[in-house]
Design a protein. Structure first.
Length: 540
């Protein structure tokens, strides 16, 4: 037992290691790359704290090298899925009753583990399993998740401290930020290890217990970070890691009356399907479930005639091709005025000519393979569309002989409503449309109306009037809006992430707004001097 009004350590963003040649950290990272490249990890489900090896194996290979076996993942069946829900429910009373600072301490310790003794381990697991360069993996699997685990406790502290400002005479008003009345189901994507761990841990921080379905292709990194949480003191059953296909786990979880919340990042179609399922089951639940989702994007860069052409070209290349464009925030549709187009095109094509693609263990490579065969096939089909109906300015090749390699590709179209400008591709294919430099206002309308998504977007301009105009005209076109910067790279504590329209519920991961979705407030009024006469003064 303790007494005190506790405050968590003041968080700061975790510094990104540069891994430059000659850096001792690079030497250590390369050694860890060699070690993990030579081992195959056996990954169980974890239900109520117990390792469950089902024998139903799915093998995971490196996207950039089909011959590099990384893991054997044990998939859950109906019995294991049901047991995970039971375990979450069994752990719920004790976890909800634990003081908030004790829950926060688990995340704070886990953050120190992964930025200290396990830094290279979690970085490499993401590099190999998700085909990220050491830089992209460092940002994701080390820095961003550590930021989530350090900033979220501060946000939780502030939420709990948010109390009614007024108390009438003889009265004390309080606000009890309760966890939800049931378990939370977290479904996480392949592309960001940080998202994969934030989605189950943010509800858990607020006192909820969780059934977590990671995606199989990110299982090596997820397994390593889950073990860091266990070593940091996460009690059994608070987060239950269940490897399963969505079609198998969804019906069982959504059929449970104790289901109280969904925390999801993934495709728009999958999210809409789950929302419909929840709606159809709504009368069976003990509470109205919280539905929090971040889905797709068709993210834009719009240049004003006054824009800096060189900065714009860099933003196109970095924003569109880093991590093979497999970011929901990646630049995918570009609008460039005619007065800048020749210079921007030539610079971007020249930059792309210098970029190398290949194995992430070769630190000279800027990009690597896309995540798996279905992604490779889908991107190849879009390359066919580009060849047949547009102009390929650079790239355009696909090669699956060793890994799932799609060459970074820059396309130009004459139709601003071309399908390459409208459909989410989620790969290294960037499409440009050149508008007449005198049609700035029409370009604003075009950007706002072309895509159903509204996740991220960027405007490049030197003209302050144009910048101000874009902020108004594109107010609902992006939940994360950038001025003279690429539309990727949101930082916890600086740019909370999320979008509207078809891009999700915009509950802003990395902010108090997200954590508020995982509590159900209760107001408490205590009357110190209750009345003893039923009559009111006006009656006398």
């Amino acid at each position: 037992m303790t007494a005190g009004i506790f405050r968590v350590p003041q968080p700061t963003n975790e510094p990104v290691y540069p891994y430059a040649p000659g850096d001792p950290a690079r030497v250590a990272l390369e050694a860890e790359l060699a070690r993990q490249s030579g081992e195959v990890v056996e990954i169980p489900c974890v239900i109520g704290g117990e390792r469950v090896y089902t024998g139903n194996i799915v093998e995971v290979t490196a996207p950039f090298d089909h011959s590099l076996l990384l893991a054997r993942v044990h998939f859950a069946g109906p019995a294991e899925i049901a047991a995970a829900v039971d375990a979450a429910e069994a752990a719920r009373p004790a976890w909800a009753a634990l003081p908030w600072d004790q829950r926060a301490a688990v995340l704070l310790k886990a953050a120190d583990l992964i930025t200290g003794p396990r830094r290279f381990e979690v970085n490499v697991a993401t590099m190999l399993g998700q085909a990220k360069t050491c830089h992209q993996s460092e940002i994701d699997a080390v820095c961003e998740i550590a930021d989530f685990w350090r900033f979220n406790p501060l946000y939780a502290q502030n939420i709990y401290a948010d109390q009614p400002p007024l108390n009438s005479a003889g009265c004390w008003n309080r606000l009890d930020h309760r966890p939800l009345d049931g378990f939370v189901f977290a479904i996480t994507p392949f592309n960001f290890t940080s998202i994969a761990l934030n989605l189950p841990t943010s509800p858990a921080l607020m006192g909820n217990t969780v059934v977590w379905k990671p995606t199989v292709v990110s299982s090596v990194a997820c397994w390593g970070l889950f073990r860091a949480l266990e070593d940091a003191g996460l009690p059994p059953g608070v987060i239950n890691m269940v490897n399963a296909s969505g079609s198998k786990i969804g019906p069982i979880v959504f059929d449970r009356p104790e289901f109280a919340g969904l925390h999801f990042t993934g495709s728009t179609g999958a999210f809409q399907h789950m929302w419909r399922t929840i709606g159809q089951n709504i009368a069976n639940y003990g509470t109205y479930p919280r539905i929090v989702g971040e889905t797709g994007g068709k993210d834009f860069i719009l240049a004003h005639p006054s824009a800096d052409a060189e900065a714009l070209a860099v933003a196109i290349v970095r924003g569109g091709f880093e991590y093979q464009g497999q970011k929901c925030s990646a630049a995918s549709r570009i609008y460039v005025p005619s007065n800048l187009w020749d210079e921007v095109r030539d610079r971007a094509v020249a930059f792309m000519g210098e970029m190398k693609m290949g194995d992430v263990r070769d630190f000279s490579n800027f990009v690597s393979a896309v995540i798996d065969e279905p992604a490779f096939r889908g991107h190849s089909e879009y390359l066919d569309v580009a060849r047949q109906t547009a102009t390929i300015l650079a790239g355009g090749e696909a090669d699956d002989s060793k890994g799932w390699f799609i060459q970074p590709t820059l396309v130009q179209v004459d139709d601003p409503k071309h399908r390459l400008m409208e459909e989410e591709i989620f790969g290294p294919i960037v499409t440009t449309y050149v508008y007449d430099e005198g049609d700035w206002e029409d370009a604003l309308d075009l950007v706002d109306s072309t895509s159903p998504y509204a996740l991220t977007g960027a405007v490049f301009a030197r003209d302050r009037h144009a910048i101000d105009q874009s902020l108004g005209a594109l107010r609902h076109a992006a939940g994360n809006f950038y001025i003279n910067d690429k539309p990727t790279g949101a930082v916890v504590g600086q740019q909370p992430f999320g979008g509207g329209r078809a891009s999700g519920t915009n509950d802003k991961a990395g902010s108090p707004l997200n954590l508020l979705r995982w509590v159900s407030p209760r107001t408490i009024k205590e009357n110190f001097v209750p009345p003893h006469d039923w009559r009111y003064p006006f009656m006398g």
